[in-house]
Write a protein that binds this ligand. Structure first.
Ligand code: HQG
Length: 179
């Protein structure tokens, strides 16, 4: 991830105040406001650079509004936003990558969002493994997502294909990367 892409992730997910920026209730900000506030805080970026970052983001971390005037992070927020995503039926199995050191706690308490707004789940177990690597020795957990959905838990699909849910009780968790 480039330096600018990391900075944008931080500002749009966690710390808009760092450049005196305000996100709306759904996490959007006007592109012009973002670029102006970045400039005021010594981070020069033009619209073309921004569009390149959005297009080249390996995980499609940023979403532009249809008219291109607004931008937000697709997921990963810790600030209080409601992305306004519809609830949808998830695939039968989703995956969550974590560090093996977290397992005892996860099986005792279930998966919780930590400092983010929601728990993040991947369709692809390889992606989940990469997420786990960020935290330590990676372990991939299987989540019985469709069963959870049938039991009344709400799931949303972020613009970049990551699935979000408020929590995953441990009874829906298992081990393994195969479908
Ligand atoms: C763990 C990245 C102990 C959880 C990724 C994880 C993702 C528990 C950590 C997105 C626990 C939170 C989010 C419990 C959960 N006891 N540990 N009861 N419940 N945990 O970074 O899912 O590259 O907040 O397993 O792709 O790792 O930044 O969440 O290890 O989509 O774009 O607590 O961020 O995207 O860690 O990652 P995080 P995450 P980017």
């Amino acid at each position: 991830m480039s330096r600018d892409s990391k900075f944008l992730s931080r500002v749009l997910r966690h710390a808009p105040g760092e450049i005196d920026l305000k996100l709306d209730s759904q996490g959007w900000v006007l592109v012009d406001d973002l670029l102006r506030q970045m400039r005021r805080h010594g981070r020069r970026l033009n619209k073309e650079n921004l569009n390149e970052i959005v297009e080249q983001s390996d995980k499609q971390r940023f979403t532009l509004s249809p008219n291109g005037r607004k931008i937000r992070a697709a997921q990963g927020h810790s600030v209080n936003v409601d992305l306004g995503l519809p609830t949808s039926e998830p695939p039968e199995i989703l995956y969550h990558g974590t560090a093996s050191a977290n397992l005892d706690s996860i099986f005792a308490k279930g998966l919780n969002p930590g400092r983010r707004r929601q728990v993040h789940l991947s369709v692809n177990p390889i992606t989940a493994e990469q997420v786990g690597t960020r935290h330590g020795r990676p372990i991939v957990l299987r989540v019985a997502a469709l069963t959870m959905h049938h039991d009344g838990f709400a799931f949303q699909k972020a613009d970049n294909g990551v699935w979000l849910t408020d929590q995953v009780p441990s009874k829906y968790l298992g081990f393994g990367m195969s479908g």
